[in-house]
Design a protein around this ligand. Sequence first.
Ligand SMILES: C[S@@+](CC[C@H](N)C(=O)[O-])C[C@H]1O[C@@H](n2cnc3c(N)ncnc32)[C@H](O)[C@@H]1O
Length: 135
Amino acid sequence: MGAERVRTYLKMAALRGMRKGLANVRLVHTTAEDLLFRCLGEGSVAAFHVYFPDPWPKKRHHKRRFFRPSNVARLAEVLAPGGLLRVKTDHEGYATVIVEVVAGEPGSYPCPATRRSRGSPRPASRSSTRARGGP
Ligand SMILES: C[S@@+](CC[C@H](N)C(=O)[O-])C[C@H]1O[C@@H](n2cnc3c(N)ncnc32)[C@H](O)[C@@H]1O
C-alpha cells in the first residue's frame, strides 16, 4: 500500500506496478499523514518504506518535512511490535535529522546505516531503522 498526494505521480507508480505484474499493490491518492492518522490502526503495519522523502532543504521549509516527532510517534504506534521502518534519502542534512528524530522515539532501536549513492550496487546488508519491540 502506498500513498502519493500528486495524482500524476500516483498514476506513474500504478503503471510501474502493472508493468511489473504486481497484483498486490494498492495506492491511495492522499497524504502519508492522512493514511497514518486516519486510515491505519495501531499495531497494524509490519513495515513502512519511505524512500527519498522531499528534503525541503531551505530552512524556512523544514516544517514541511515528513520526518518530525509527531509523525514518527504515529509511525511507531501504527507499526506492529518488531516492525520495520526503512528510510532512504540522498540529502545528508535530512538524513541526520531523520536519525535523530527516530532515535528520540521510545522503543526504537537503530540498525547500522549505510551510505550509498543512487544507482550504485545494492549492498548485501541494506540500511534500515527499526521501531518498536524486536531484539
Ligand atoms: C522525492 S519524491 C520520491 C519518490 C519515490 N519514493 C522515489 O524514491 O523515487 C517524493 C514524493 O513524495 C510525494 N510526497 C511528498 N510529501 C508527501 C506526503 N506528505 N504524502 C504523500 N506523498 C508525498 C511527492 O509528491 C513526491 O512524489
